[in-house]
Design a protein around this ligand. Structure first.
Ligand code: DC
Length: 231
């Protein structure tokens, strides 16, 4: 293959919960031979540590200090991504309801965000990454090679999340309410609220299958690789 086609892109996928980011990001990364980094898992890991230590989720200074003392690692494995907090595998625990809510709350603090963004830049600097989150295209990698904003109708997102959660036996109505509350907080916070970067490709997945979204995103990534090969 032409060497330029091997160029390692930085691909940012942002969007609200339930839009399908995680699935698309991990499948796209696999197709391209890239690493998939889930930035939300880092906020979740910090939130878990704050819960375990009984820290107030409103105490920005304490949360920043906690982050500075923590080792949060995203470890891609063949079976999916693992999240390590100070060497402990917390991949399952951070998906639980209390941590999900707390992650959204710790992420409103500018100091916490600054720490996260710095770590995320280090992790993705070499390229060959599909990083997903809320502010990847706007703050973490404003010069990313490709920016996708994956959105979906709130009702569709709630339904998708309920289907995922029902497997774990949670009550559907409360899942929908949680998602709405978290969405509102993520979109209206003062520091880096969830929004599409001006140069992001916005894909509304409400009426699209997973395969269709993946096909579109892969096509965009391959166009970028082709364009860099021609330069
Ligand atoms: O993507 P997720 O659901 O795992 O994210 C958990 C929370 O972390 C989400 O409610 C908002 C926050 N977050 C963020 O503020 N910025 C990111 N880049 C990723 C997540």
């Amino acid at each position: 293959m032409n060497d330029d086609l091997q160029r390692k892109l930085i691909i940012a996928i942002d969007g609200p919960a339930g839009a399908g980011k995680s699935t698309i990001a991990s499948r796209l990364a696999r197709k391209l031979g890239y690493v998939n980094l889930e930035s939300g898992a880092m906020y979740r890991a910090l939130a878990l540590k704050a819960i375990d230590r009984d820290l107030s989720l409103d105490d920005e200074a304490a949360l920043v200090k906690l982050a500075q003392e923590s080792r949060i690692q995203l470890e891609p494995t063949l079976g999916g991504n693992r999240t390590l907090l100070d060497g402990r595998d917390v991949s399952e625990r951070i998906r639980e309801r209390d941590v999900t809510e707390a992650a959204s709350r710790v992420s409103v603090h500018p100091g916490v965000r600054a720490w996260m963004v710095a770590r995320q830049r280090e992790m993705g600097a070499g390229g060959g990454v599909v990083m997903e989150g809320r502010d990847i295209g706007t703050k973490v990698f404003p010069d990313a090679d490709l920016k996708i904003f994956l959105d979906a109708d709130p009702v569709v997102r709630e339904q998708r999340r309920m289907e995922q959660q029902r497997i774990k036996g949670e009550v559907a109505a409360s899942v929908a309410a949680d998602l709405r509350e978290r969405d509102h907080r993520d979109r209206t916070r003062a520091a880096s609220p969830l929004q599409a970067a001006g140069d992001a490709v916005v894909i509304d997945s409400s009426q699209l299958s997973e395969e269709e979204v993946l096909g579109r995103v892969e096509e965009l990534a391959r166009e970028k690789l082709g364009a860099s090969a021609r330069r």
